[in-house]
Design a protein around this ligand. Sequence first.
Ligand SMILES: C/C=C/C(=O)SCCNC(=O)CCNC(=O)[C@H](O)C(C)(C)COP(=O)(O)OP(=O)(O)OC[C@H]1O[C@@H](n2cnc3c(N)ncnc32)[C@H](O)[C@@H]1OP(=O)(O)O
Ligand SMILES: NC(=O)C1=CN([C@@H]2O[C@H](COP(=O)(O)OP(=O)(O)OC[C@H]3O[C@@H](n4cnc5c(N)ncnc54)[C@H](OP(=O)(O)O)[C@@H]3O)[C@@H](O)[C@H]2O)C=CC1
Length: 445
Amino acid sequence: MKEILDAIQSQTATADDFAALPLPESYRAITVHKDEAEMFTGLNSRDKDPRKSIHLDDVPLPELGPGEALVAVMASSVNYNSVWTSIFEPVSTFNFLERYGRLSDLSKRHDLPYHIIGSDLAGVVLRTGPGVNSWKPGDEVVAHCLSVELESSDGHNDTMLDPEQRIWGFETNFGGLAEIALVKSNQLMPKPDHLSWEEAAAPGLVNSTAYRQLVSRNGAGMKQGDNVLIWGASGGLGSYATQFALAGGANPICVVSSEQKADICRSMGAEAIIDRSAEGYKFWKDETTQDPKEWKRFGKRIREFTGGEDIDIVFEHPGRETFGASVYVTRKGGTITTCASTSGYMHEYDNRYLWMSLKRIIGSHFANYREAWEANRLIAKGKIHPTLSKVYSLEETGQAAYDVHRNLHQGKVGVLALAPEEGLGVRDHEKRAQHIDAINRFRNV
Ligand SMILES: C/C=C/C(=O)SCCNC(=O)CCNC(=O)[C@H](O)C(C)(C)COP(=O)(O)OP(=O)(O)OC[C@H]1O[C@@H](n2cnc3c(N)ncnc32)[C@H](O)[C@@H]1OP(=O)(O)O
Ligand SMILES: NC(=O)C1=CN([C@@H]2O[C@H](COP(=O)(O)OP(=O)(O)OC[C@H]3O[C@@H](n4cnc5c(N)ncnc54)[C@H](OP(=O)(O)O)[C@@H]3O)[C@@H](O)[C@H]2O)C=CC1
């Protein structure tokens, strides 16, 4: 591994140099264990502690198949899907690995008693499998997390619609929270050269998801002037949705839960900010009863910011707790676009406010190949910036996932894999200097 790291750090090693490097038989990886899938049974979600289920193991290097690449991972990031995996909710991800394993001889590799998790990476290609021509050893890359087989016409127009669509490192094995990862080569994209490894690894999953959900015609198709309600506006998804709204000439109405998070949104350029904790919204009177008066109080607050206008697009992901309010505050003909249900997936809303006002609910999930590429291009061009706050070592991944689970973090939390320290891997220092304040906006807040 040292030789691999030395070659990467030299910034001068050639494709031939990388191809000639021997690969290790095993590597260090963050895993959850199949025989621990019931360890939290009976506990509340909040009390399920990722630090207990997340392990750092030595694992054997997987066999490289056609159309695939092995990548030396310099850095990765924590996504909420790794929190779900680590608390075995809503289902154990070993179910996904078993199902994938039944597909083919090659996919059997994924069905193991351990799951190497993680759906982001920045690193360097080590080897490519048969049929890979666009990428070669030594290429500096990031990887998006869409894994598709593409054998069915269902996915040929929009790759997210492939019947064998999976999220790499969540519904497949050999994810990015590791020193080496296995990806399909179509997941690879050029690493933005003005960013360090950990900065480049941070946006991938959430940036692509926010792009499809908010900007793409497959999602809400945001346009200039739209009032966009963004829940968790300084969180993983929200910190990119806020940037897309501002960069696209829309008017973000940012919801956060502390003054500190409000300040971050202000520093991104948002003006309309609602602190849901300070203003004490209580959309549910009890476990089963919502309070429409609270929806109305929330809507009035939004109108104060917009000069009386209602919301064109709601960027939804908290789910059960907020969905009733989200449907209510949307304008006639407006759109609620949802990609998650962090607080519960059985949503309740008053359907009269949907059909009588001709509103639409759009389900959105990650991003297709093209959308992921377009989202990464915006990062590479310095139009959208990473929102990395804190960086942990691979050993500390359990704590990093705990922070995200307990909403103790800001923006994105990074993890160093092979990178020995932060700040390495930058190639274009001039471009970096142009954007340095935006790149550092979330650091250590
Ligand atoms: C990029 C990052 C993303 C995120 O972070 S997202 C957040 C994390 N993700 C999640 O929380 C989602 C986790 N996944 C799940 O909870 C489950 O994954 C799903 C609920 C999404 C799906 O459940 P399942 O049981 O895997 O799928 P079924 O479609 O219910 O399939 C079970 C059986 O039901 C059959 N079936 C499906 N649709 C129908 C239908 N319309 N009529 C009759 N049967 C149906 C299937 O074929 C299959 O059958 P057979 O077991 O025999 O193969
Ligand atoms: N389908 C897909 O493709 C994707 C789905 N997801 C899912 O989206 C969800 C969010 O992911 P991500 O943004 O990365 O997570 P983060 O935890 O980084 O951010 C979410 C933010 O939402 C806010 N929030 C959390 N709970 C509530 C609540 N009950 N009511 C109101 N606001 C709440 C919090 O902000 P604050 O406290 O400041 O209000 C929090 O910071 C997860 O469930 C994740 O699995 C994520 C990416 C892709």
